[in-house]
Design a protein around this ligand. Structure first.
Ligand SMILES: Cc1cc2nc3c(=O)[nH]c(=O)nc-3n(C[C@H](O)[C@H](O)[C@H](O)COP(=O)(O)OP(=O)(O)OC[C@H]3O[C@@H](n4cnc5c(N)ncnc54)[C@H](O)[C@@H]3O)c2cc1C
Length: 297
């Protein structure tokens, strides 16, 4: 039996990891040169800045266990439960001293992954797992469940200032702002106090062209007078509308990722794992530790 997992984001890695741990050979194909997908960190000025997911939260017991393992390995640490602009008490938000992508690198260790491998048609395998946003999966296979997904873009700006000139705030939800959705203090998040802020735009703004407005908005919000150096990353498929089930399946082709639940790292991890449990259960009849619901395409 061969399983090919397409996508080395957190969903694909969780799926492949679970399969391999159950004794099922799995190969991962990833178009980028690194694992992580939207769990992304960019190397700038001798340090990583998180340009995708801002932090990780966990309320599922098995993902809480995963997070504790990363903590023991020194990969993750509790960051803050308080964001400016949050309504009521917030969950503990976890960050990664080496950038959030290091969590994906940890999961990828020991897996058979081919990087720089963009898949354009269904690979020949007993099972194929498309672990990616639906619109990207549609380039590989025409899955109705992928067509039903709805996604918004986000523009990320990494702003490197000459010095830290703002009051410590950790992170902020910027409610009802035309340009900004969140701003995080990357130096606080990483723990190195670097003068770096990472802003995520609203979907509406991400669809526009004028990027400099994001710098003006952050400086205005935090009362900063210095001009930063700005690097941008556009995520065309950043946030899905929350979907039902834990994955979708049509024949031997699965679709998984963060569109199956609230768009979070935890959801992607659970979705990928649920696919692995489904394959193991079908092939070996092994009872799964966490029964999951599938949406059949
Ligand atoms: C700006 C932003 C902020 C976010 N903030 C948070 C947050 O604070 N907390 C949180 O929990 N979540 C956050 N998220 C969401 C979180 O990043 C995602 O839920 C999670 O990383 C999704 O993982 P995934 O594996 O489902 O998909 P992805 O990470 O998108 O992985 C898909 C992978 O498939 C690969 N791929 C796609 N097509 C192909 C192909 N044809 N061939 C080969 N490979 C292919 C891609 O390169 C990618 O590596 C944020 C996301 C963004 C973009």
């Amino acid at each position: 039996m061969t399983v090919v997992v397409v996508g080395a984001g957190i969903a694909g890695l969780a799926c492949a990891r679970e399969l391999v741990d159950a004794g099922v050979p799995a190969r991962v194909l990833e178009r980028a040169d690194v694992p992580g997908g939207r769990l992304a960190s960019r190397w700038l000025d001798d340090r990583y800045a998180d340009v995708g997911a801002a932090y990780v939260t966990a309320d599922d017991p098995s993902f809480q266990g995963r997070l504790q393992s990363w903590r023991i390995e020194g990969l993750a640490r509790p960051w803050t439960d308080t964001f400016r602009g949050q309504h009521g008490p917030g969950p503990m938000r976890w960050s990664a001293p080496g950038g959030l992508r290091s969590l994906a690198v940890g999961l990828a260790t020991g897996l058979e992954i081919t990087y720089g491998a963009e898949v354009t048609e269904l690979p020949d395998a007993s099972y194929v797992v498309l672990a990616m946003p639906g619109p990207e999966a549609l380039r590989v296979a025409d899955l109705p469940a992928a067509r039903e997904q709805s996604w918004d873009p986000v523009l990320t700006a990494v702003l490197t200032y000459p010095r830290r000139s703002w009051d410590d705030f950790g992170g902020a939800f910027v409610n009802d702002h035309p340009v900004l959705a969140t701003v995080c203090d990357d130096g606080d998040r990483r723990g190195d106090r670097a003068p770096v802020l990472v802003a995520h735009s609203t979907p509406q703004f991400a669809r526009e062209i004028g990027r400099t407005a994001i710098v003006e908005a952050v400086n205005g919000l935090l009362g900063i007078e210095d001009s930063p150096r700005a690097e941008y990353h556009l995520w065309p498929y950043a946030q899905p509308r929350p979907g039902r089930g834990d994955f979708a399946r049509r024949g031997n082709v699965y679709l998984c990722g963060d569109a199956f639940g609230r768009p979070r790292v935890q959801t992607a991890w659970l979705s990928g794992r649920a696919v692995a449990h489904d394959i193991v259960r079908e092939r070996f009849g092994t009872p799964s530790s966490s029964p999951r619901r599938s949406a059949t395409s």
